[in-house]
Structure formats: C-alpha cells, structure tokens
Design a protein around this ligand. Structure first.
Ligand code: SAH
Length: 260
C-alpha cells in the first residue's frame, strides 16, 4: 500500500533532522518541500533520481494532488516541513484528503524552531519555582485566535510564551504583555533563523525596547519571540536548583544522601 510521510526537517540546520527523517529521505522517490527553509535537507540526503519539488507557489489543493499522484504511482513520498509538522503546518488539512484517497500516512516529528531558538540563546524554557509551563502560540493576524487565547489572556499566566508567526506584529505583542501586567523591563529574546549556519541572529531586549532592536537588525521574518521569566537565567547569581539533582532528594535512580 502506498504511503506518504510527513517529515519534520527541523528549524534550518540540515543536521537537525532526526535520523529517522534522514533515512526516509534517503529512500524517497518523491519529495515535496515547504519553501527555502528545508530545501537543503532534501537535496543533501535524497537519491540522485528522487523527484524534488518546492510547494512555495502551490495551493493546498495542488499540494494534495501532487502527493496523491506520486503515491498512486507507487512512489515513496515525503512531504518535508519546517520544524515539527504538528505546529502551524496545515498537517490535518493535507492528511484528510489522503485518508479519503486511501493512502496511508506517517508523521516523523522534528525539532521545532521554538526549541532551536531557546538552544541558540542558551535558555531554559522552564526553571524550578520560576515557571514550569510553556505556551506555544501566535498573535492574531489573518488567522483569528479562538476565544480565551489572546496573548493578553495567555500572558496572564506569567509563564514562558513562544510566539510563532508574530514578528511583524511586535507592537501588538508588546502592548499585550504590558496589558497582562508584565514589566516593561521584562526580558525578551528574538531569534531570527535559529540554527541556520551563518544566518542566525539573536536579539536580546526588554518588552519596551525589543521592537527597536529588531528594527535596527532588520528582522521582520522567520523569527521566534520568547517572552519568559526564565530569559537570562544563565547570569543570575541565585538559582533554585532542580530537585532531580538535589542530593537530599530520592528518586527512582538515586537515594537521598542523609548526610546533606
Ligand atoms: N512547524 C514550524 C513552525 C512553522 S510556522 C516549527 O515547528 O518550527 C513558521 C514560523 O515558525 C515563523 O513565522 C517563525 O516564527 C518560526 N520559525 C520557523 N523557523 C524558524 C527559525 N529557524 N528561527 C526562528 N523562527 C522560526
């Protein structure tokens, strides 16, 4: 039976694809990739006779027609997507017509740009007694936000917010965070092209100045905004330590040291 694989290509660095994703690319007969972000991974690992196409100019319908035609021709087909296919990737819109056509589907997760951006900045998205929660979201643009999911409402949790697809609306982000009670001095991290060799840019600022800093650096696309009470923790003099490595704490793999 024919099968279409949705493979997460990772955030940009071709080495950040999973081993499973790379192995599938090496076996694929046809690959449809999503824009320039992931072309490198496709061309680097694919067979010489693999059909490789860019979906940049295609509508959803054209994408689906392409995938179905290749699969019905008995080819091993991959839809290569940026980051993880399950985040802002129109995955289900593509899977449903494949289901209707009786074509089997598999998904290989990828390193999301949210994770790559935190890694670029040597940041932890969670810290003991600071925040234990991460919200992956976006600001309202042309896609309306469901009720209860405005940035103001989500920011009221004062946890980590990773904002996709929002860099051109930084002004709105700033206002929403201030309205939710965040300090104008709260740190914000913006990472442009996280993990891209030679192209990654890391911009650090506060809620009040991050927009100007991004303007100075001409960042207006392909950027992740991370607003979090954990940003900059690497330089904090005092840190609440994780219980996992605490000598006084017993867990499955280690008994507490009674002397401590
Ligand atoms: N599925 C992808 C997200 C696709 S939506 C993932 O898991 O990362 C596209 C948005 O993702 C962009 O607007 C930007 O906010 C973010 N993005 C994608 N690649 C990025 C990168 N290398 N660096 C920073 N942000 C990135």
């Amino acid at each position: 039976m024919s099968k279409v694989w949705f493979v997460g290509a990772g955030p940009g660095d071709p080495d950040l694809i999973t081993v499973k994703g790379r192995d599938l690319i090496a076996r694929a007969d046809a690959i449809l990739f999503a824009g320039s972000l992931v072309s490198e991974a496709a061309t680097r690992w694919a067979k010489v006779n693999c059909v490789i196409a860019d979906s940049k100019g295609m509508t959803l319908e054209e994408i689906v027609v392409w995938l179905i035609a290749q699969a019905q021709a008995g080819k091993m087909v991959i839809r290569l997507q940026t980051g993880d296919p399950g985040l802002y990737g129109a995955l289900i819109e593509m899977v449903q017509p494949l289901d209707v056509a009786g074509i089997d589907v598999g998904v290989v997760p990828g390193v999301s740009s949210a994770m790559a951006s935190a890694a670029a900045g040597v940041e932890s998205l969670t810290l003991p007694e600071v925040t234990q929660t991460v919200i992956l979201t976006r600001i309202e643009g042309r896609t309306p936000m469901p009720e209860g999911e405005s940035i103001e409402q989500l920011a009221a949790h004062h946890c980590t917010l990773c904002l996709f697809l929002s860099i051109t609306l930084l002004k709105k982000v700033q206002q929403a965070l201030l309205d939710a009670g965040w300090s104008p001095e709260a740190p914000v991290l913006v990472v442009h092209k996280a993990s891209w060799p030679d192209e990654e840019k890391i911009i650090r600022g506060t809620i009040s100045d991050i927009r100007d800093r991004c303007k100075q650096e001409k960042i207006n696309s392909q950027a992740m905004i991370i607003a979090s009470p954990t940003i900059g923790a690497r330089h904090w003099p005092e840190l609440k330590k994780s219980k996992l490595y605490d000598a006084r704490f017993t867990h499955r793999f280690r008994r507490a040291d009674k002397q401590v």
